[in-house]
Design a protein around this ligand. Structure first.
Ligand code: FE2
Length: 234
């Protein structure tokens, strides 16, 4: 078998374990046996390519939908997507999904007793530019209850999916907001053992990104693999 140049394995503690008792559903889906180590092959170190023409400018604007403006605090979320050597990942597809300002997803499974917003669908997609930069305009998602344990509430968050240049760099994660008191109580956030790695999931307010009189700006850089890798979702 031909062995190609491969990606390094993650540092211990910088990624969540497959099973984390406080995050109840991980116990149902985690493998019960130790993983088998396989060498990376060509099918893993290549990946899908997405044509920028398939993503419109409107796809990155979640602040308006269905002929009107979404309710809530308008925000800009931007940053760079980098590889393990801090090089920009150009023309890579990023998709996000999130709850509306009241903490409700536009999804049949979400039955939380909070109002839907007819002008917010909660889905967005953009491609990074030649510098690896992405940008979304959206509204700040609300916290919402979930049934992981008694009186469990998720901190405000935005789900991210990145395809990156290969299947090995595929990343699904969540972005959080600075100063959220629910972070200390959240088993998903706290399933990442390493404190510094955990903080990589928290965006920073950036006044230079902020549009005066219009929208508060947040910066959230994402690193695909390597020692500074953004933690994945369990
Ligand atoms: Fe969520």
């Amino acid at each position: 078998m031909t062995i190609y140049s491969c990606y390094l394995r993650e540092d211990v503690g910088t990624q969540p374990p497959n099973n984390y008792a406080a995050y109840a559903s991980t116990l149902k889906r985690a493998p019960r046996q130790a993983p088998v180590r396989l060498e990376q092959t060509l099918s893993e170190i290549t990946g899908p390519r997405f044509d920028p023409e398939h993503v419109s400018a409107a796809d990155g604007d979640l602040s308006r939908w269905n002929g009107g403006e979404a309710l809530g605090e308008r925000i800009i979320v931007t940053g760079r997507v980098l590889d393990e050597d801090a090089r920009p990942i150009r023309e890579t597809l990023i998709e996000i999904w999130q709850a509306n300002a009241a903490g409700r997803y536009t999804h049949a499974v979400d039955q939380h007793d909070a109002p839907l917003d007819p002008h917010f669908c909660g889905l967005g997609r953009v491609m990074t530019d030649e510098h690896g930069v992405y940008r979304f305009l959206t509204v700040k998602p609300g916290a919402y209850p979930w049934r992981n344990h008694h009186n469990a509430w998720r901190p405000q968050h935005i789900h991210f999916s990145l395809f990156g240049p290969s299947f090995v760099t595929r990343l699904v994660t969540q972005m959080y907001f600075p100063g959220d008191p629910l972070l200390a109580l959240d088993p998903i956030f706290n399933s990442i053992p390493d404190t510094d790695a955990r903080q990589r999931l928290v965006a920073a307010v950036d006044i230079d990104v902020t549009m005066p009189e219009y929208a508060l700006g947040y910066r959230f850089d994402i690193v695909l693999r390597g020692r500074d890798a953004t933690p994945m979702e369990v």
